[in-house]
Structures are given as structure tokens and as C-alpha cells.
Design a protein around this ligand. Structure first.
Ligand code: ATP
Ligand code: ZN
Length: 702
């Protein structure tokens, strides 16, 4: 857990935990974490500030132990048991304020000011707190406006402002909740698998069936399904989804690993300590929080602008007062403000666009990527698994030397079975279809990304991989196969070489058909605003050329290793393009991360989904264009909202300065326009819900 020391006196430490979102965290559990430390007198954790206050005996050793303890806290803190939801609370508040407002005419006149002021107390308190913290924001403005209204004894205005503000808050909570629900639902239909060691053998089981105490095996490209400790092995683990830190962390026995992080390289055996729902809930929450945190540039600009407008409004109000000596006019100006509308409407538009995309089974990991997706003008497409079916097929297995065909297929399947590469899948499927399961346990298997696989068989090295890997890197003579391979390549097949003990032992020809929708998708790209369309593949030149030609793509790069893929993305970016990269493999994940927006396919390797900013949950390419359309209309909506807000409020300010409109009118106009644009911002969400309602609940078993 990352934290900082906020304040320190002898025997007293105040830490600030860097939690993604505080209110959900269980206070008692956090405090219990420190309980066993000798020398600690008292610990208290505040959910609201994420602060931990520690009182202890003041000894340096105790202090060090406390800090170590804070450090050792996992990023998944236990969540508190569900309370009455925030939404329900807000709803009650609005209902109460609304009822009071409606009953107003029946309330005895002397009581009205009291009730109005009482209702406005939270607004005043927030404004006061903001001033105390020297934050000059919309809370201050709201507070000042209410104060001004009270000062001019305009209590109807006080009640109106309060009611409208509360309604705005409720609306905000409601959308966030709705979008979260949609996003969370989507996660629950995604099945994940894990390899566990049981009775000395590895078994593939649904990740939800892993129990505490299981030993889970995760290899290159895999996602760690549990929280736990490393028992055996070494690996570089990408924890960016957890910590935001892009560099991979080295893990060795005894070190903790967390669910949802990905193994970049290596192999780990992990003792499962937290499994299933525990980690899953935390992960879903985390992903959704990330989505809210990763603001789009337009949104950030809007918010900065909104903040800068606040002092200006104040100035204008003061100026009006000085010029006219009319307090009502000044208050009237104060009551107009752009910032709440911008701050409310923009995130609503973004979150509801994310939800609309989620409803189409496209996961967009944040507003930033929504905007990048809308603005990309170059698109790079990986071949295997992206433009082609995720399920390629073995066409032929040719043995060389003294080996039999079945022996080669069985051995290749045996070393390939743990990897998610499409060719690996094809080989394993073929062996299974022919009943060639393997009896013996093989030695450790190593995946050389974008090359192939190395293992040992009866004391000899067995290699399965590309020509580059087997021939150029490992110096195996593959000439005996050349004639047959040339014939396969002409048909657009991909070739795997198998070598045992330094000698060519077999060749496997794999046909990887194009996705049915690929030609139509490629044709639609220029019309959708992509100026460059590039095919990028680790496969050989001949196969790449065949595919590019059949799709009408003129720009392609073959035999591109992961670094080269990143380079190509970077070059395009240097030429001023905004790059969208679509990929599915481990080999694509660095490029996915480098691109302005990385898009991963459903059947992709876990690490690719992890590195990507957009994940297609249903693997058809058309979803990319659908998501782009959603992104574009979402941003268009934001811009339209800006124009409305600026137009309406500027007019309102002018009217207020000239004294044509009383404060009540300003308050109504300003707040009504805020609620109006917020409602408008929810359009995408309403569309998503409308699309969802017909038919029974979605649970696409795939
Ligand atoms: N698991 C594997 N088993 C055997 N060979 C592999 C494996 N992974 C990769 N290779 C070999 O390395 C080559 C390059 O792999 P890489 O994953 O970079 O690209 P690719 O899947 O061919 O194409 P693309 O980049 O379009 O996804 C493959 O064509 C294949 O020959
Ligand atoms: Zn190499």
C-alpha cells in the first residue's frame, strides 16, 4: 500500500493511504491490521480522508514497525458491509427538500426563513469548508449565493437553490450508479480460467472455482487470478492496473502478488490467499474507479476553465455592486455560474458514454480513451487473432527424421497447452480431436515471446516456433522442409517448425482464416476517418503479403517483433497521427500500451487485455466502429453542452447586471440549465438502457 506521512509528532503519526476510493473501505479491518504491533496505543482510520492516526510509545523501532505494516497492507482493503446506499440517502434528501418546497405556501410565514436556512445548511457548510481550505471553487460560489440570498431576506430563492443543488447531486449519483452497474454486469459474464496444481498435476478450472490454499500456476501472458504469495518461480509482473506504475515488478518466492495483475515474463506458482468474489469485487471497483479517474483532456480542460470562471463571476458581482450599489443585482450575478453545469454535465456525458459502450459489450477504460478513440486518425491492425479468426486450424503435420506424425503433434500439443497464442490453440485442439493426449509430465516450458516455445523431452531440447526462432536463433537446419513450406506459404498458411535435439523433427501448417467481417470492416475505415490503415504481424512475409492483398491493405509490416511494433506506433505518433492499435497477443501488449488508444480482442491474451485501453468483449471487428461512433457522439454531446451552458449563463449574467432579473430568476435559470444539461448528458445512458430492456437478462454463454 502506498501512503505518505502527513504529520508527525513524537509518539504520534498521521498517515494518508493512497486508496482508490475511501468510503467503501471497512474501518475496523484497516485498524485491525495494525493491532498486533507492540508499542501501539491507539489506531484510528478515517474513511473519509483515508488517514490513519497512530499513537504509540514513540520508540523508533515501533515507528519503523508501523510504517512497515502500512507498507505491507495489500491494495485490496476489505470493504465494509453494505449500508444504505448513497443513492438512497440522496434520494431521501431530495424528497424531503422537495416536499418542504411544495408545502411552503402552507407553512406559517415566520417559520419559512428558518426552514429555508436549515435546508441550506449543508450548502453553507461546504462553502465554508472550501474557503477554509483555500479552495476557490463552485462550493464557495454556491455558499456565497445562498448567503447573499439570506442577507437580502429572499428565502424563496434560498429554498429554490437548495432544492436544485440537491437534485443535481442525486442525478449525479444516480448516473454513476447506473453506469457502474452496467460495467459490473459486464465483468461478471466474462469467464476466466486458472491453472491449479492438484494431486501433482495441473488442471484448468474456472477462476471462480479456485479456493484458498490452492497452488495456482501462471505463465507469461497470463493474468494472476488470486491474491497470494509466490511459492516458486520468478517472474516480471505488470501491476499497472493496480498501482498505475508502468514498470514490471520482479516477483520471487515469498513475495505477494495481486489478482488482476499480469505476468509479463516467467512462471509463478502462487499460494492462493484471497480468491473469487473477494478479489473480483475489489477488481471491478478498481477498474471502474480508474475509468472515472482517467479523465478525458476535454473534461479536464472544461473543469479547469470552470474553476477559473469562479473568481471572474465574483469580480463581476462585486463590480456590479460598486457600480450600482444594488445588492440584489450583485447577488443576482453571483447566482449565475458556468462551473456547476460544466462539472456536472461533462463527467455524466463521459460515464454514460462508457456505459453505452459497455452495453454494446465494449469496455472503455476511461474518459481519456473515449476521447482518443474518437480522435484517432491512424489504425494499426495485428494479423493473427485480430484480422483472422481466433481459432486457426492445423492443416497438416509433416514429420522429419525418424519421428511419426502423431508423435510430433502430441509433443507439440503437450508443450503448447499452457499458452494462449492462437497457433498454440490450433495445435492443442488438433491433438485433442485426434485423441492424442499426453501421458507423461513434461519438463518446464518456456515461452520466448514472438518466437516460440522451448522445453525438454527425454533430456533433449524441444523447440516449437517460427522459422526465425528455430533456424536463425537456434541454428537448426530447416532446409529439408523448404519445398513443402513454400507450397504452404503460397496458400497463406502459417508454419510452425518443431526441432528435437537440434534437428528438424516436424513442420505444422496452420490455416488461419480471415474473420468474415474483416473485408467490410477494412473498407469502412477510411469513411470512419482513418487516414492510415496498417497491417502489422509477427508472421512471415509471404503470409502477411497474402493477407494484406486479400484485404486491400497497401501498408504492411511482417516479422515485426514486439519492439518493432512499438517503434511503428511511435513513428506514426511523431508524424502527428493519433494512433489506434488493435491487437490480441502478448507480442502486441507493448504497442497497445504505446498507442493513443490500444484495443484488444476478446480472445486475446490476458496481458493484452490488461495493456489495452479498450476491450472488445464480443470479438467482432464492427464493434470497433460502433465504439468509435459512441465516443464521437459522446464528445459531440459534451461540446454541445458547453455551448448551451455558456450561451444560457452569459445571457443570464447580462440580464442580472442590467437589473432586469431578480436573484430568484438567476437561481432558477442557472440551476435549471444545470439540471437540463445534466439530463441531456445522460442521453447515451438512456440509449443503452433502452437497448437493454427488451428480452430477458443478458448472459451470453460463450
Ligand atoms: N506459442 C507459440 N508456439 C509456437 N510458435 C509461436 C508461438 N508464439 C509465437 N510463435 C511463432 O512466432 C511467430 C511470431 O509470433 P507473434 O506472436 O509475434 O506473431 P503472430 O501471432 O504470427 O502474428 P501477429 O503479430 O499478427 O499476431 C509466429 O508466427 C509463430 O511462428
Ligand atoms: Zn530472435
Amino acid at each position: 500500500m502506498r501512503f505518505r506521512i502527513e504529520h508527525e509528532l513524537p509518539g504520534r503519526l498521521r498517515l494518508r493511504l493512497q486508496l482508490p476510493r475511501y468510503p467503501e473501505v471497512d474501518e475496523a479491518a484497516v485498524e485491525a491490521h495494525f493491532h498486533d504491533i507492540a508499542g501501539l496505543y491507539k489506531v484510528s482510520f478515517s474513511r473519509r480522508t483515508a488517514g490513519v492516526l497512530l499513537r504509540f510509545d514513540g520508540r523508533p523501532a515501533t515507528r519503523a514497525a508501523l510504517l512497515r505494516c502500512a507498507e505491507g497492507m495489500g491494495p485490496h482493503l476489505p470493504l465494509r458491509p453494505a449500508e444504505r446506499s448513497e443513492l438512497e440517502k440522496k434520494r431521501r434528501i431530495v424528497m424531503r427538500a422537495g416536499t418542504l418546497f411544495l408545502l411552503r405556501p402552507f407553512i406559517p410565514i415566520p417559520l419559512r426563513p428558518l426552514l429555508a436556512v436549515y435546508g441550506a445548511l449543508p450548502v453553507l457548510r461546504r462553502g465554508f469548508n472550501a474557503v477554509a481550505a483555500r479552495r476557490f471553487n463552485v462550493d464557495v460560489l454556491d455558499g456565497a449565493a445562498v448567503t447573499a440570498a439570506i442577507a437580502t431576506r429572499d428565502f424563496l430563492t434560498v429554498s429554490t437553490i437548495t432544492l436544485l443543488l440537491k437534485l443535481g447531486e442525486y442525478l449525479e449519483e444516480w448516473t454513476t450508479g447506473q453506469s457502474r452497474k452496467l460495467l459490473a454486469e459486464m465483468f461478471h459474464t466474462e469467464e476466466e480460467f486458472a491453472w491449479v496444481l492438484r494431486n501433482g498435476a495441473e488442471e484448468r478450472i474456472p477462476a471462480s472455482e479456485v479456493v484458498c490454499g490452492d497452488t495456482v500456476v501462471v505463465r507469461t501472458g497470463g493474468l494472476i487470478p488470486v491474491d497470494g504469495k509466490v511459492l516458486q518461480g520468478n517472474a516480471l509482473v505488470n501491476q499497472s492496473s493496480m498501482t498505475g506504475e508502468p514498470l514490471a515488478v520482479a516477483k520471487r518466492p515469498g513475495i505477494s502478488v495481486y489478482a488482476g495483475t499480469a505476468v509479463e515474463e516467467g512462471e509463478l506458482q502462487i499460494l492462493a490467499e484471497k480468491v473469487g468474489a473477494q478479489t473480483r469485487a475489489a477488481r471491478v471497483i478498481h477498474i471502474i474507479e480508474e475509468a472515472e479517474r482517467l479523465k478525458s483532456p476535454t473534461q479536464s480542460r472544461g473543469e479547469r476553465l470552470a474553476d477559473r470562471v469562479v473568481p471572474f463571476t465574483f469580480g463581476l458581482s462585486g463590480f456590479t455592486y460598486l457600480a450600482t450599489g444594488d445588492a440584489r443585482r450583485a447577488a443576482s450575478v453571483l447566482l449565475v455560474d458556468y462551473s456547476c453545469a460544466i462539472k456536472l454535465a461533462t463527467p455524466l456525458a463521459i460515464v454514460s458514454s462508457l456505459a453505452q459502450a459497455a452495453q454494446r459489450r465494449v469496455l472503455i477504460k476511461g474518459g481519456r480513451y473515449l476521447e482518443a478513440l474518437a480522435e484517432a486518425d491512424a489504425i494499426i491492425l495485428d494479423k493473427t487473432g485480430t484480422l483472422t479468426e481466433a481459432l486457426p486450424e492445423v492443416i497438416e503435420v509433416l514429420p522429419f527424421g525418424n519421428y511419426t506424425r502423431d508423435f510430433i503433434l502430441r509433443q507439440a500439443a503437450c508443450v503448447e497447452e499452457h499458452f494462449l497464442h492462437p497457433v498454440a490453440h490450433a495445435v492443442v485442439q488438433k491433438a485433442a480431436a485426434e485423441g492424442l493426449s499426453h501421458a507423461e509430465e513434461h519438463a518446464a516450458v518456456e515461452y520466448v515471446v514472438a518466437h516460440g516455445i522451448v522445453s525438454r523431452l527425454h533430456g533433449e531440447r524441444i523447440l516449437v516456433g517460427s522459422r526465425h526462432f528455430v533456424h536463425e536463433d537456434e541454428k537448426v537446419d530447416v532446409a529439408p522442409a523448404d519445398e513443402r513450406v513454400a507450397a504452404f506459404a503460397a496458400k497463406g498458411y502459417s508454419i510452425l517448425y518443431v526441432a528435437i535435439g537440434g534437428k528438424l523433427a516436424g513442420v505444422i501448417a496452420i490455416h488461419d482464416p480471415l474473420r468474415g467481417e474483416a473485408p467490410e470492416f477494412i473498407r469502412a475505415l477510411p469513411g470512419a476517418g482513418f487516414k492510415r490503415v496498417i497491417l502489422l504481424t509477427g508472421d512471415n512475409e509471404a503470409t502477411a503479403a497474402t493477407v494484406a492483398r486479400s484485404l486491400g491493405i497497401s501498408e504492411y509490416y511482417a516479422r515485426a517483433f514486439p519492439d518493432r511494433k512499438v517503434e511503428i506506433v511511435t513513428q506514426l505518433q511523431q508524424q502527428g497521427f493519433k494512433v489506434a492499435m488493435v491487437g490480441d497477443g502478448i507480442n502486441d501488449s507493448p504497442a497497445l500500451a504505446q498507442a493513443d488508444v490500444g484495443i484488444s480482442m476478446r480472445h486475446g491474451a490476458d496481458i493484452a487485455k490488461e495493456a489495452a485501453d479498450v476491450v472488445l468483449m464480443e470479438g467482432t471487428l464492427h464493434d470497433i466502429l460502433a465504439a468509435r461512433a459512441i465516443a464521437r457522439s459522446g464528445l459531440e454531446l459534451i461540446r454541445r453542452n458547453y455551448r448551451t451552458i455558456v450561451g444560457v449563463n452569459t445571457a443570464a449574467i447580462l440580464l442580472a447586471i442590467t437589473g432586469l432579473t431578480p436573484p430568484l430568476f438567476s437561481a432558477m435559470l442557472h440551476n435549471a440549465s444545470t439540471v437540463g444539461v445534466a439530463f441531456n448528458a445522460l442521453q447515451p445512458l438512456r440509449r443503452a438502457r433502452a437497448a437493454q430492456t427488451p428480452g430477458p437478462e443478458r448472459s451470453t454463454p460463450r
